[in-house]
Ligand binder design. Sequence first.
Ligand code: HEC
Ligand code: HEC
Ligand code: HEC
Ligand code: HEC
Ligand code: HEC
Ligand code: HEC
Ligand code: HEC
Length: 286
Amino acid sequence: MIFKFYFKSFTLIVLFFSTLCVAQNTDILSEHTSFTSKNCTACHTAKDGDSGKLIIQGDELCFKCHEDVKQKVKNSINKHGAMEMGGCLGCHNPHTSKNVSLLKEEDSKTICLTCHSSQLPRDEDGKMLMNIGEHLINNPDAHGPIMWGDCAACHDPHGSDNLRMLKKPFPKKSSITFKADNYVCFECHEPKKMTQRYTKEFTEFRNGDKNAHYLHVNQKRISCKVCHDYHASKDLPHHIKDETTFGPAKFPLRYIGSPDGGSCNPICHTRRYYNQVKPVNVRTNK
Ligand code: HEC
Ligand code: HEC
Ligand code: HEC
Ligand code: HEC
Ligand code: HEC
Ligand code: HEC
Ligand code: HEC
């Protein structure tokens, strides 16, 4: 039916085929220009690369040109087990890809979850890592970057000196003196959320203009992970955890959201309220 329609007019046929060509070109989102410009000998022995024989085997071929990645893979404090499992070609195509960064799959998340949908032991201490795939199934409210498929927004898949191969630091402890540079979070979020004692602008976690992020994170030195799950959460809004840990203690936050604020009742204090519009008196809870 569709074809009959196109064959009616020559112009339409031309249009049809040129659209096909465009569609084919946009199929390639990233490439090695040495491949597309037919400089096959940058990597292969035969000039036209017909044999596919390589001048150097394994990751060393890639390291020839990617010195920065080589440094990360070889010298990072936190190395990535993925390098021993499939090396560069476990995640990248060598020639072209219909995805960004020559990736084999449509986004980094799809790649990461091929391995991180089970518990893996850490190289450094043998401790078991979370099963992220299962965590995301059980917690459907995924944090922004994960929602759009980008685990590499926070993690460096090639390895890094920071905790858990993060691109920027993040505190290991639940309690620590606040410094914005210690949190990968401020790559995207505004640090003034934590540093302005009074604000009506930078955060909604406030009682009137009294900034409750400032109180908890800055004054009481509590890290984000005590209240938020930066991968994904389940029942509560704002990626707030149902249950948390603080030192050896494990307890629920019992957060309840309200139109202009919320309240919680962890083991740290009795139920306390915050309201952005009508500030609540902390002594009377009214
Ligand atoms: C940046 C390095 C690089 C360049 C440039 C390159 N190749 Fe390759 N090519 C590779 C690697 C690495 C493999 C091995 C892939 C594997 O084992 O999965 C490969 C595999 C091949 C194969 C084996 C079959 C396949 O597709 O896996 C052929 C054929 C091939 N290349 C042809 C070419 C031709 C022709 C050119 C130039 C137009 C070229 N290559 C340019 C890195 C390169
Ligand atoms: C001959 C030098 C050379 C070799 C060998 C080489 N690359 Fe590259 N690579 C480049 C250059 C140059 C770029 C920048 C894009 C371009 O112009 O090709 C690049 C870009 C990339 C990118 C980013 C692509 C993007 O669109 O962001 C990835 C990923 C990559 N290379 C992976 C590899 C892997 C994996 C290997 C080994 C199989 C490899 N490279 C081997 C030169 C090389
Ligand atoms: C576990 C999967 C994985 C492995 C293994 C891997 N990469 Fe990547 N690589 C990625 C992802 C994901 C990106 C996109 C990073 C981003 O968006 O910041 C990337 C990006 C890149 C880039 C683009 C610029 C940059 O530095 O971020 C280069 C070059 C690259 N990889 C080279 C390599 C080489 C060389 C190897 C082997 C030593 C390798 N990769 C192994 C997942 C991987
Ligand atoms: C080929 C399998 C494989 C893929 C794909 C993979 N990983 Fe891993 N990853 C591992 C293994 C195995 C470990 C445990 C060994 C170790 O400590 O690195 C690990 C460890 C980690 C760790 C903990 C590292 C540490 O030192 O504490 C993080 C974080 C991580 N991966 C993130 C990612 C992200 C993000 C991606 C996608 C860009 C990804 N992984 C893709 C196999 C993989
Ligand atoms: C918004 C930033 C961010 C994004 C995006 C992100 N992570 Fe993480 N991830 C973290 C932080 C922060 C930690 C360190 C947590 C800690 O130990 O306190 C972490 C820890 C991990 C760990 C180690 C967990 C453990 O048991 O110690 C793995 C594995 C991991 N992430 C994989 C992933 C995968 C896979 C994705 C994509 C689906 C992803 N991450 C996306 C911030 C992020
Ligand atoms: C790559 C950018 C990026 C990074 C890095 C990042 N975030 Fe986010 N974050 C977002 C986006 C986009 C949203 C909005 C979508 C959503 O609610 O998940 C968001 C939303 C949030 C929310 C919920 C807002 C609400 O009221 O619903 C919290 C809480 C949060 N982030 C905490 C963190 C923490 C903690 C970190 C550091 C571990 C972090 N973010 C790092 C991009 C980022
Ligand atoms: C004591 C618990 C607690 C801690 C610790 C905490 N938050 Fe929050 N955060 C909240 C609550 C509650 C909200 C929801 C505010 C609202 O919209 O009602 C929130 C909201 C957010 C939002 C949404 C925008 C906003 O500010 O209203 C972001 C982003 C965020 N937090 C990031 C962080 C980061 C990054 C850290 C660590 C540096 C952190 N939070 C530490 C409880 C906490």
